[in-house]
Write a protein that binds this ligand. Structure first.
Ligand code: SF4
Ligand code: SF4
Length: 469
């Protein structure tokens, strides 16, 4: 199986070379692309171009016309973005709505989201630094594989004054380092912290972008509107299955219905709503179905595999290597095929985020550029964690304090040898030590290695790519 990912044929001749574009249409297409959120601009240009040319060829034409471009856009654009796409197209003289029946148009409008794109773009821009902050350990649920062991409030929880001092300290660090910080308010259930809106307000004043990870239980229409008014740009709500019993078995009776209500309320308020599943041996076969459902309903979708840590140390929900491999296989296959056929630009940034392990060695500088954002372990790179007591962690799942933000600044901690050891991705033991993929992979999930071995750099013996069953 592993051989599949060794480099194959590259730069297959593009079969669409012979087709031309109506010159007026090129200008209109470029104008629409300029109005497309940065996050999707590159992949949208590549995918829509290819599809429009294919459609034109299939109808026997040698030139791409407006109908081909519109049909390509309809095919390639997720439902949630179609309404704003139509508005942009109209600005440059293409009336996409006229290509659709009234019934289809109404359906599309129902699925679109009126989101604040400027904020969302900034939040998911490749050069931002994320901090996932477990602001409380309080939670109304008792999910069986929670890595925080959440439930009741921790004795270490910070007062409002102390939490605000961390917000201000990070704000000052961001300015000093000339970087954009994104706060991911997390927990426990962050909405159970009474001062959460005060903290969000302070972070916004410091110029930080705000997102929230919630179980959705408290996201009523009023709460969703409050989050929107507080300029929280994205809400991430966990949904592990479309079957209530599977989700409820892990997170508690009725939690599926509450999560769904929260997801719909968040979207209705105009928040970019991301549905996240934790993949376990109970639901890993369902993630493709979940993705299709989420995209059809107008949500972003993301899954992450369950790793050992917190309550998972004693829970049996983990996938075995074979299941883990199966979970990621489609995603890897899609990405590597695009790279090998010279179509790296077709890969949306979301698709390469959080792939651990990452068993591919780029052949060219160009390929490397496509992959640099978000591939492999992101601890101390794209993301950090902050514990309930204010410790800076390499990632929220990796319980190894690097320093405490009540007494030290982020930039001071970022200069320590331990922090640099995470960033540099060189110094890893075990099977990762001499692995040819280490540079991009980072050594698998260091949080799991820490939970199992007590040393995050020991090498990820669970790696499903280089170890045998
Ligand atoms: S052995 Fe380690 S570095 Fe290599 S692919 Fe697996 S997790 Fe990544
Ligand atoms: S330690 Fe694991 S969970 Fe944390 S960023 Fe790395 S791969 Fe992701």
């Amino acid at each position: 199986m592993f051989d599949f990912f060794k480099q194959g044929k590259k730069n297959k001749q593009d079969s669409t070379d012979s087709i031309t574009w109506n010159p007026r249409l090129i200008e209109q297409f470029e104008a629409i692309i300029k109005m497309t959120p940065v996050l999707f601009r590159k992949s949208a240009r590549a995918a829509v171009t290819e599809t429009a040319e294919d459609i034109a060829k299939n109808r026997g034409a040698t030139q791409v016309e407006e109908c081909d471009l519109v049909n390509a856009y309809l095919k390639e654009t997720p439902e949630m973005f179609k309404e704003s796409l139509f508005e942009n197209a109209l600005k440059v003289g293409i009336d996409m709505a006229s290509y659709l029946s009234e019934k289809r148009l109404n359906k599309m409008k129902a699925l679109s989201t009126n989101i604040a794109w400027d904020q969302v773009e900034q939040v998911f821009h490749p050069d931002v630094t994320w901090f996932e902050w477990a602001v409380t350990q309080k939670c109304n649920l008792r999910c069986r594989y929670c890595f925080e062991n959440a439930g009741t409030a921790s004795q270490d929880e910070l007062s409002t004054k102390a939490a605000l001092s961390i917000v201000h300290s990070l704000g000052a660090s961001a300015k000093k380092l000339n970087r954009r910080f994104v706060m991911l308010w997390s927990g426990g259930e962050p909405l159970l912290r009474e001062d959460i809106f005060e903290l969000i307000g302070a972070a916004r004043e410091e110029g930080m972008l705000c997102t929230m990870a919630s179980n959705g239980s408290f996201i009523t229409p009023e709460m969703a509107q409050r989050l929107k008014d507080a300029e929280v740009s994205t809400v991430i709500i966990t949904l592990d299955s479309l079957t209530p019993d599977i989700h409820d078995a892990a997170r508690g009776k009725g939690s599926h219905a509450e999560a769904l209500r929260g997801i719909h309320n968040a979207k209705a308020a105009g928040l970019l709503t991301m549905v996240e599943s934790v993949a376990t041996r109970h639901n890993y076969k369902e993630v493709t179905k979940l993705r299709k459902w989420a995209e059809k309903e107008g949500f972003l979708y993301f899954h992450r595999p369950l790793h050992r840590g917190g309550r998972t140390l004693t829970d049996d929900s983990m996938m075995n290597r074979k299941q883990y491999h199966q979970l990621y296989f489609d995603r890897y296959q899609h990405i590597f095929e695009k790279l090998k056929t010279g179509k790296g630009t077709h890969i949306p940034l979301f698709e390469i985020f959080d792939l651990v392990p990452f068993p591919y060695k780029p052949l060219t500088r160009e390929e490397r550029d496509y992959l640099e954002w978000g591939v492999g372990c992101q601890a101390c790179r794209l993301i950090h964690g902050i514990s309930v007591s204010g410790d800076l962690l390499p990632c929220i799942r990796l319980k190894m304090p690097l320093g405490n933000l009540l007494t030290e600044t982020f930039e001071t901690i970022a200069q320590t040898p331990l922090y640099r050891r995470f960033v540099l991705r060189q110094d890893r033991g075990g099977i990762c030590k001499s692995c040819e993929h280490l540079e991009l992979c980072g050594g698998g999930c260091l949080a799991e290695t820490m939970a199992l071995e007590g040393d995050p750099f020991a090498g990820w013996e669970r790696c499903c790519w280089v170890t045998k069953e």
